[in-house]
Design a protein around this ligand. Structure first.
Ligand code: GDP
Ligand code: GDP
Length: 464
């Protein structure tokens, strides 16, 4: 059986309607030329696109572009036919401001004859300008047109809504195959000490400064930054090397960037939920996650939500307060956040908390140094002898209760796995062990065995 394929979506439309702009928006790179001159796109380009966790290959065709004639030259038609042949869906772009043209109708006629499902996008519909154009596009007979602005990133949620019913199942199948392959690799090095690149994800609300931070780290203007929220593409991985100024050692890092959990802002609630799912996926890749806060905003409920999600996934978490260069009343802010974290995230105490500035570069080397250290403890294995020595002491200092006069027996503990650390405690009558006693043991593991800031899992087991 061959491996599942990623769905393929072709962008079609006459020149200058915004195909390249849409392509760039979906791929998240400034790959294609965008120009007011019609026909500037020459090649058929392919890219990896993702909208809120929906992955597909996007193809931008030059197929209709070279001639201004109304009829389609045979050669061009062939090229477009070729790209439609392998496609699971087509996005047919029209210009909502310009209205329908004879060429649009010609293309529509052609598309109606094809098998491939079509989503009609009325582009350049930001503001009110495109409303009538979008309505007009009903006449193309290809279903409900989606009003969008590729340039301003509006209507992406609707595009998702249009594509999902067509390619969602195939995309999920593909993703499951990816997950399975990944799990296989992970199972192989499960027991190893951390080696290979540090897999690091930067998450946070829109405008926290994630793109700016990544640009700063990479020393290149690789991501777009700007005051508008949600400008980053959905999820990417970048490999690079960092030299620790403290040791002079060069270390590898694989950076995973998420677009952040977008709060409402031209984005429907549906997309908001999906982008949390998207970040969850990026978190799946990561060993260490940096939650970036904005010093001018402080810690909000949404931040705690993201933090809990990261910890639930068993990843190592650290918090960086960004924009420290413009922080007011710095020490009060820092202590306030420290307190709110310890209170809001009872499952982990003393998460690494740092102040940074993506703008000036302050604190970034410390942040990366701390991330490597955090990965070490997250990956640490405690020798069984040391573990049981601690266990005996803990039981002696505070013996388990004896409900109904019969003591609950805890016999021994082992560390079942690392990354995150998991422990199994064997004993009898374990179903009667109070939660508070379990917490006592978990806190002990954290404090006494060097797992302070990492999520620790403990399971109780009765031998059969
Ligand atoms: P293509 O020839 O179909 O690939 O079109 P391009 O992507 O090159 O875009 C043509 C022109 O339309 C460029 O000047 C873009 O900046 C502009 N454009 C693209 N999308 C939008 C949009 O959503 N709104 C507006 N107002 N202009 C857009
Ligand atoms: P993202 O949406 O989370 O990726 O945030 P961006 O990287 O786009 O940044 C949002 C805004 O915050 C931009 O205007 C940045 O210039 C600004 N910004 C980011 N980092 C800093 C910083 O360390 N200090 C200051 N003063 N501004 C920053």
């Amino acid at each position: 059986m061959s491996a599942p394929k990623k769905p393929e979506v072709v962008i079609i439309g006459r020149p200058n309607v915004g195909k390249s702009t849409l392509f760039n928006r979906l791929v998240g790179k400034k790959l294609a030329l965008v120009d007011d001159q019609p026909g500037v796109t020459r090649d058929r380009r392919m890219g990896d696109a993702v909208i809120a966790g929906l992955h597909f290959t996007i193809v931008d065709t030059a197929g209709w572009e070279d001639e201004d004639e109304l009829s389609l030259p045979g050669r061009m038609r062939k090229q477009t036919e070729a790209s439609l042949a392998g496609a699971d869906a087509a996005i047919f772009v029209i210009d909502a401001r310009a209205g329908l043209t004879p060429l649009d109708e010609e293309i529509a006629r052609y598309l109606r004859e094809q098998e491939v499902p079509v989503v009609v996008v009325a582009n350049k519909a930001e503001g009110k300008a495109g409303e009538s154009g979008a309505m007009e596009a009903y006449a193309l007979g290809l279903g409900e047109p989606l009003a969008m602005s590729a340039e301003h990133g509006e209507g992406i949620a609707d595009l998702f809504g249009g594509l999902w019913p067509i390619i969602g199942a195939k995309a999920e199948e593909w993703e499951e195959a990816q997950d399975a392959a990944r799990a296989e690799v992970e199972a192989m090095d499960e027991e190893d000490r951390p080696s290979g690149p540090l897999k690091l994800a930067i998450v946070g609300r829109p405008n926290a400064g994630k793109s700016t931070l990544i640009n700063r780290l990479l020393g290149e203007d690789r991501l777009l930054t700007g005051p508008e929220a949600g400008i980053t593409r959905d999820s990417i991985a970048i490999d690079w090397e960092w030299t620790d100024p403290k040791t002079g050692e060069t270390r590898e890092i694989r950076l995973i960037d998420t677009a952040g959990m977008r709060k409402k802002r031209n984005v429907t609630e549906k997309l908001e939920k999906l982008s949390v799912a998207d970040a969850r996926r990026a978190v799946d890749f990561a060993e260490v996650v940096v939650l970036l806060l904005d010093a001018t905003q402080g810690l909000e409920h949404q931040d705690l939500k993201i933090a809990s999600l990261v910890l639930e996934e068993g990843r190592a978490l650290m918090i960086a307060i960004n924009k420290w260069d413009v922080a007011e009343d710095a020490s009060k802010l820092f202590n306030g956040i420290r307190g709110a974290l310890d209170e809001g995230l009872a499952q982990v105490r003393g998460l690494p908390l740092l102040a940074v500035s993506a703008k000036t570069g302050k604190g970034l080397d410390q942040m990366l140094g701390a991330a490597f250290e955090l990965r070490d403890s997250w990956s640490k294995r405690v020798p069984t002898s040391a573990l049981n020595r601690w266990f005996d002491d803990a039981l002696e200092a505070n013996p388990p209760p004896a409900p109904g006069g019969k003591r609950i027996k805890l016999r021994y503990i082992t560390q079942a796995s690392t990354r995150p650390p998991r422990f199994v405690i064997f004993g009898s009558r374990l179903d009667l062990l109070p939660k508070s006693y379990e917490r006592y043991l978990v806190n002990g593991i954290r404090a006494k065995l060097g797992f302070d800031a990492v999520p620790v899992r403990v399971t109780l087991k009765s031998p059969k």
